[in-house]
Design a protein around this ligand. Structure first.
Ligand SMILES: Cc1cc2nc3c(=O)[nH]c(=O)nc-3n(C[C@H](O)[C@H](O)[C@H](O)COP(=O)(O)OP(=O)(O)OC[C@H]3O[C@@H](n4cnc5c(N)ncnc54)[C@H](O)[C@@H]3O)c2cc1C
Ligand code: FES
Length: 352
């Protein structure tokens, strides 16, 4: 009978039988790795293999593997980027303000601060409306109070939630917030940060850009912000802030018509820089753009992160939508989700 293997996870040792996935081994040792789909599709559970060997099950990428697929074969050491636990809080809308074109800034005051990492998203339920995913960000002058969440939301004429901004959803409206979620968040590290956004994908890009400039000012930032309709290039004041804070590589672009200079005519992907293996690339917004940037970034050996803005689709989980988008294979429901929820509850955390 083969002996249990030792797996070191962020310095903590767990033991599990050979052949067990890294996600299960961690769980058996009381550690919940970040996860979503548990079927090898979303990429949320990607961990770095620091020492030893694992059966990567075909998921090896730049010394990292997907923990829900890779299996123990012997002693190994892995590392994952810790994320804040998912929590719930309530709050009240304090301001709804048109920024430009179809873009609205919504500010809410929350009862408990939500400890999100720059680039993550939360689930917001305005009272009387279904929940939607939004990326908390900053006002266009780079500000946010600790008990506030600031959102940039595109108003869609037929949108159940966004069409009600300023009418059904106005100051005083109660909200529920759950989160944070997502893995496209800023990590400390070295090398250039490249941010590519379409529309309100600028919300997470702006959050990451400001945190990077204030936290690691020596890291070059290259930002491309785009919209189809030039009137939706609402981020011009934010670009001024970035220029004042030493960011020289800034492009605004609109594909639908000629925008006012310095914005340029074209799609975001027309203006991509040449990527290098030292780059960390974030693509924020429309799934089609995300797919194009992902291909270019991975081909150059760069690190790549994205939580694409997929339309809400009834009860379909986000991991499944990401999987559908990237591969088209059917998603199997994993029993790991039930185990994780049970463990999370026993640790006093909110279910995901
Ligand atoms: C991880 C993540 C983060 C997000 N962050 C933001 C954010 O910060 N700001 C923001 O404005 N939106 C964001 N979204 C999109 C947001 O969750 C909603 O999908 C969007 O606001 C539309 O909701 P609605 O109720 O107004 O429209 P719905 O009633 O859900 O849809 C109305 C119509 O618009 C289409 N539609 C819905 N969403 C999209 C979309 N994203 N792209 C293209 N067509 C769409 C639908 O197919 C439908 O035809 C994010 C989505 C995800 C998955
Ligand atoms: S790829 Fe492992 S949790 Fe989604």
């Amino acid at each position: 009978m083969s002996r249990d293997c030792r797996l070191t996870i962020n310095g903590k040792i767990v033991t599990a039988a050979p052949g067990v996935t890294l996600l299960d081994a961690a769980l058996q040792g009381g550690i919940v790795l970040p996860q979503d789909c548990c079927t090898g599709q979303c990429g949320t559970c990607r961990v770095d293999v620091l020492a030893g060997a694992v059966d990567a099950a075909g998921t090896e990428e730049r010394g990292s593997v997907l923990a829900c697929q890779a299996r123990l074969t012997g002693e190994a050491e892995i590392h994952f980027d810790p994320v804040p636990s998912v929590m719930k809080t309530g709050g009240t809308v304090t301001s709804v303000r048109d920024l430009a074109g179809e873009i609205v800034e919504v500010v809410v005051e929350v009862t408990k601060p939500v400890p999100y990492l720059p680039g993550q998203y939360v689930k917001v339920e305005f009272a009387g409306f279904p929940a939607r995913d939004y990326s908390p960000t900053l006002t266009l002058d780079g500000l946010r109070e600790i008990n506030q969440l600031v959102f940039h939301i595109r108003r869609m004429d037929d949108g159940i939630v966004s069409a009600a901004l300023g009418t059904g959803i106005a100051p005083g409206r109660k909200i529920k917030v759950r989160g944070p979620f997502g893995h496209a968040f800023l990590r400390r590290g070295e090398g250039r940060i490249v941010l590519v956004s379409t529309g309100t994908g600028f919300a997470p890009a702006w959050s990451i850009a400001v945190a990077a400039r204030l936290g690691q000012p020596h890291r070059p930032v290259h930002l491309i912000a785009s919209a189809r309709d030039p009137r939706n290039l609402y981020m011009r004041p934010a670009m001024d802030w970035l220029a004042k804070h030493g960011v020289t590589e800034i492009t605004m672009a609109a594909s639908g018509a000629n925008p006012l200079p310095p914005a340029r005519h074209g799609r975001a992907t027309h203006f991509l820089p040449v990527f290098s293996p030292d780059d960390t690339v974030f693509a924020c917004g429309a799934p089609e753009m995300v797919a194009e940037v992902r291909t270019a970034a991975l081909a150059a050996g760069a690190r790549f992160y994205a939580d694409p803005f997929l339309p809400s689709g009834g009860d379909i989980p986000l991991g499944m939508k990401i999987r559908n988008f990237f591969s088209g294979k059917p998603r199997k429901t994993s029993p790991v989700h039930a185990q994780i929820d049970a463990l999370a509850e026993s640790l006093g955390r909110t279910k995901t």
